[in-house]
Design a protein around this ligand. Structure first.
Ligand SMILES: Nc1ncnc2c1ncn2[C@@H]1O[C@H](COP(=O)(O)OP(=O)(O)OP(=O)(O)O)[C@@H](O)[C@H]1O
Ligand SMILES: O=C(O)[C@@H](O)C(=O)CO
Length: 426
């Protein structure tokens, strides 16, 4: 299997978001969970997205995992590797976007890297280096209250500089509107001046098409699904995609079985989606303090689900509003509480699968990563899109048999997302 585009995603929801974008823009794509075992039979594809869970781990661990994935992708023919980060640039000042970007560039022989988290379809735009989420600057958006990576600065040149040893500069919209030739010249001039990363403005898809065309000529780029769109369209335009981009039909074959939703995302969007789900499905709100105190809350949740699940989908959620999250974190620490809740929700997800759930929706990137790891799912085919950035996924090589999953990024989906997802998962 020779691939044209490789990607390393810093979380699993981000990986499925990117895989969805690449598929929609003409690339046959598979999402692997980590570097797949050599025995796993993967379909013939144009692009592979390797999902890692490295958004919120120490930078040195993130670098080790990402560079191993990069080697694996290069060995399979990828001439360009996109480091898929969150469209809201989720990271801390000690965070991983700078160090991983630099390590991937060094592994490919060095050179400047284009960086943009813009994803206009979901309202993420970058202007003069400032990231906007819908109509709000990043630091005024709900991301200011993120449980693991609260974002307090919308100026990405500043944010990335704090995470980087090398210099970071801006390529502004005026240059991008002037087309690929001008952007390429600006990138080369910055590189000659010793700059290691260039944050690029992008507001419309045409800006990302320009950036994709320029990035494709370099070995590494860093961005969200918007840059994925630009790279995919540039590849298709280059005539190098011979498959016609047809998605494997296997991805839409029904699996049957029971269905459930597990949520650990505390985003504003997920909190609203849970409220709406309460009107049509049984929803269990976990008590986070009891979850941290021992296994009783998990046992109670599994028993609650066991009594109901044969009658229809159930929802189990740890999600809570920012004040409640802040209180728990002040008692137990940010990382410790996050990890303990991820462990709990992943155990609940696995127990539900052991009880016959074959169609599973998970809300939250870290939450999804923990659940998919516990289920030991090796890879996914990409099915139809439920909402921007969230496809139906079908397991590949799963020991528990075929399953359909939807891994919902915290901020994605309309308010009826959970019912809409299950309606597409048969
Ligand atoms: N009630 C709670 N109190 C504190 N932390 C919580 C609570 N519920 C969930 N968490 C933790 O909050 C974090 C939520 O992160 P997660 O990545 O799953 O969601 P998200 O950030 O909204 O999604 P995405 O990364 O896809 O945007 C997880 O570590 C989860 O365990
Ligand atoms: O880019 C996004 O916003 C998402 O794909 C994401 O990374 C979710 O964690």
């Amino acid at each position: 299997m020779a691939i044209l585009l490789g990607s390393i995603a810093d979380d699993y929801t981000g990986a499925s978001d990117l895989a969805n974008t690449l598929t929609k823009n003409g690339l046959r794509t598979v999402q692997t969970v980590g570097i797949p075992d050599p025995s796993l039979a993967l379909p013939d594809v144009d692009a592979v997205v390797v999902s890692l869970k490295i958004r919120s781990v120490p930078a040195s661990d993130a670098v080790t995992a990402a560079t191993s994935a990069e080697r694996w992708l290069r060995q399979r023919g990828a001439s360009h590797v996109l480091y898929k980060i969150c469209s809201t640039f989720d990271s801390t000042d000690a965070g991983n976007i700078g160090p991983v970007t630099k390590a991937l560039s060094d592994a490919a022989g060095g050179g400047i890297v284009l960086v943009t988290p813009a994803f206009p379809e979901t309202g993420r735009t970058v202007y003069l280096g400032h990231l906007f989420v819908g109509g709000q600057p990043l630091n005024e958006s709900p991301l200011k209250d993120h449980p693991l990576n609260p974002m307090h600065d919308a100026n990405l040149v500043r944010v990335l500089t704090r995470q980087s040893h090398g210099a970071v500069e801006l390529i502004d919209l005026t240059a991008i509107a002037a087309g690929p030739g001008v952007v390429k010249a600006r990138l080369e001039a910055l590189s000659a001046a010793g700059v290691t990363a260039a944050v690029a403005d992008a507001i419309f898809e045409r800006d990302l098409e320009t950036l994709g065309e320029v990035a494709l000529e370099t070995p590494v780029s860093t961005g969200a699904s918007g840059l994925g769109l630009g790279l995919a369209r540039a590849l298709v335009r280059s005539g190098r995609i011979s498959s016609g981009g047809a998605a494997p039909t296997d991805a839409i074959r029904p699996v049957g079985g029971l269905s459930a939703i597990v949520a650990g995302s505390c985003s504003k969007a997920t909190l609203r989606q849970l409220e709406v789900a309460e009107r049509s499905m049984p929803v269990l709100r976990l008590d986070p303090e009891r979850l941290l105190a021992g296994p009783d809350e998990i046992t109670a949740a599994i028993s609650w689900a066991g009594d109901r699940i044969a009658a229809g989908p159930v929802v189990i959620a740890a999600s809570a509003a920012p004040e409640t999250v802040a209180r728990l974190q002040s008692l137990y620490g940010r990382e410790a509480s996050g990890q303990a809740i991820e462990t709990a929700t992943s155990i609940i997800a696995a127990e539900l699968v052991a009880r016959g759930v074959q169609r599973l929706v998970v809300a939250g990137g870290e939450t999804s990563g923990a659940a998919v790891d516990r289920l030991a799912i090796p890879a996914f085919l990409i099915g139809p899109e439920i909402a921007a950035g969230v496809p139906v996924l079908r397991t590949v090589g799963n020991a528990q048999g075929d399953m359909l999953l939807a891994l919902k990024s915290g901020n994605f989906g309309g308010e009826d997302f959970f019912a809409a997802a299950l309606a597409m998962m048969h």
